[in-house]
Design a binder for this molecule. Structure first.
Ligand SMILES: Cc1cc2nc3c(=O)[nH]c(=O)nc-3n(C[C@H](O)[C@H](O)[C@H](O)COP(=O)(O)OP(=O)(O)OC[C@H]3O[C@@H](n4cnc5c(N)ncnc54)[C@H](O)[C@@H]3O)c2cc1C
Length: 416
């Protein structure tokens, strides 16, 4: 049996590799070539999860899983039916990569080393004869009869099937070569960033974190509760990253200038705290307020909030003036900060936007515009919050594209 059918995958990241190795395995007669523009494949996998690679998340319920994707929920609802978190874990474990789940649900290789994932994917590529070409920057794709002609920096090649898995691009002009295929692009904006609060005394508390704070973005519906970290430039931590993901487009429109309101307390809002205040005051009446923080807040934060409320830490609870008390209640439950700019999160950042999803079949990853053209990974308008969900999108869409390309190419095999 001989097949002249060829698949070219553009992009040597998680999605491209997953598509290439699975297509080659599922149809051994298919010639698979993977083109990577840089000198290294799987470079994001290498640095992912702080070098440990957060492969996926132990969330096995599809309706629950899709809630982690600010963009692409309806699309992935169908795709996860074919390949989801459970399949990812099984796929890697069957190939000798045991995984472990951390308390917060994130899944990592037991080695705590991203290189284990890279090694596994490279071994599969070798086993199924995937030809990996680096320094192959695809500049142009032309649809020709029965396939595609690709132009890279230094050569031309033809292919029957094409999978575009070249990741997200920060600027919309970087999508021009794909627009020429007739696909439309949802304007890219960054997701997963932290908030800058320049020239604010709070940054002197860098390194301090609160387990469950609530952060609201004024004049929007955006609000998140979760761990909040004070950094030397502003705020970070899961609550902020989630806000940045859900608000990626809205915050870009505001040019990253907006007001946030923080409730530092888990168990109180402003009214509940006002109601509880007299009993707190009576309970700690004779104690110095600086030494008696009843809210389990980090001590440095407590002292900072007292200072912001113009309260001397040596004052006793019973000596608090009504004005000081009001100010402290407000600082604790509704402290206001002006955000001026963003910083890209060093651990994980993604692009919101990309190829519009209604132009792609969620069950096959095939373009609805051009037959035999497939997409996988972040190039599509899909992105998630942190926790392994972005890689899950890459594995899912890469695998589905592979399965369908393998099936189609086997059907159209030319047998010599
Ligand atoms: C620092 C960092 C850490 C992260 N950690 C995690 C994590 O732990 N867990 C998680 O789920 N997600 C994580 N992410 C997000 C995750 O890495 C991405 O969502 C995922 O890599 C997307 O995979 P992809 O294959 O679609 O794109 P990419 O990984 O970006 O790969 C695309 C590849 O295509 C190549 N390419 C682009 N254009 C061309 C072209 N014209 N011709 C040829 N090649 C081209 C690029 O060079 C690149 O190698 C992290 C992201 C970053 C930046």
């Amino acid at each position: 049996m001989y097949s002249s059918k060829k698949l070219v995958v553009i992009g040597g990241g998680a999605a491209g590799f997953f598509c290439a190795v699975n297509a080659a395995r599922l149809n051994p007669t298919l010639k698979v070539i993977l083109l990577e523009k840089s000198s290294k494949v799987l470079s994001k996998v290498k640095v992912s999860g702080g070098g440990r690679c957060n492969v996926t998340h132990s969330c096995f319920d599809i309706p629950e899983l899709i809630k982690r994707y600010p963009r692409g929920q309806n699309f992935l609802k169908k795709s996860f039916h074919w390949f989801n978190t459970r399949h990812t874990i099984q796929w890697f474990e069957e190939r000798g990569v045991p995984l472990k789940t951390e308390e917060d649900g994130r899944v990592f290789p037991v080695t705590d080393d991203a290189q284990t994932i890279i090694h596994c994917l490279l071994k599969e590529a070798d086993k199924y004869n995937v030809e990996v070409r680096i320094h192959a920057d695809v500049k142009q794709i032309t649809k020709v009869e029965n396939g595609f002609e690709l132009e890279t920096t230094n050569h031309k090649l033809q292919t029957d099937f094409l999978c575009i898995a070249c990741g997200g691009f920060p600027k919309s002009t970087q999508f021009d070569w794909l627009k020429q295929l007739g696909h439309s692009i949802k304007e890219p904006v960054p997701s997963l960033f932290t908030f800058n609060i320049p020239n604010n005394a709070i940054t002197s508390l860098m390194g301090v974190s609160v387990e469950r704070a609530t952060v609201k973005i004024q004049s929007t519906k955006l609000t998140e509760t979760g761990p909040l970290l004070i950094t030397h430039w502003g705020f970070s931590g899961p609550a902020i990253l989630k806000l940045s993901a859900w608000g990626a487009r809205e915050l870009a429109e505001k040019n990253y200038m907006f007001t946030i309101v923080i409730n530092w307390l888990e168990d109180y809002n402003e009214q509940i705290l006002r109601d509880a205040w007299i009993s707190l005051r009576n309970q700690f009446a004779g104690q110095k307020i600086g030494n008696r923080n009843p809210f389990n807040l980090p001590n440095r934060l407590w002292l900072y909030l007292l200072e912001q409320s113009e309260i001397n830490a040596d004052l006793r609870w019973a000596e608090l003036l009504a004005k000081q008390q009001n100010k402290l209640i407000q600082m604790l439950t509704a402290q206001v900060f002006q955000v001026k700019g963003k910083t890209t999160f060093k651990e994980e950042f993604v692009t919101c936007g990309g190829i519009k999803l209604f132009e792609i079949n969620a069950n096959t990853m095939e373009s609805k515009i051009i037959p035999n053209l497939f997409f996988a990974g972040e190039i599509m308008d899909v992105d998630a919050v942190t926790g392994g969900f972005n890689f899950q999108n890459a594995w899912t869409t890469g695998f589905i594209a592979a399965t369908n390309i393998a099936g189609l190419s086997a059907k159209t095999d030319t047998t010599a």
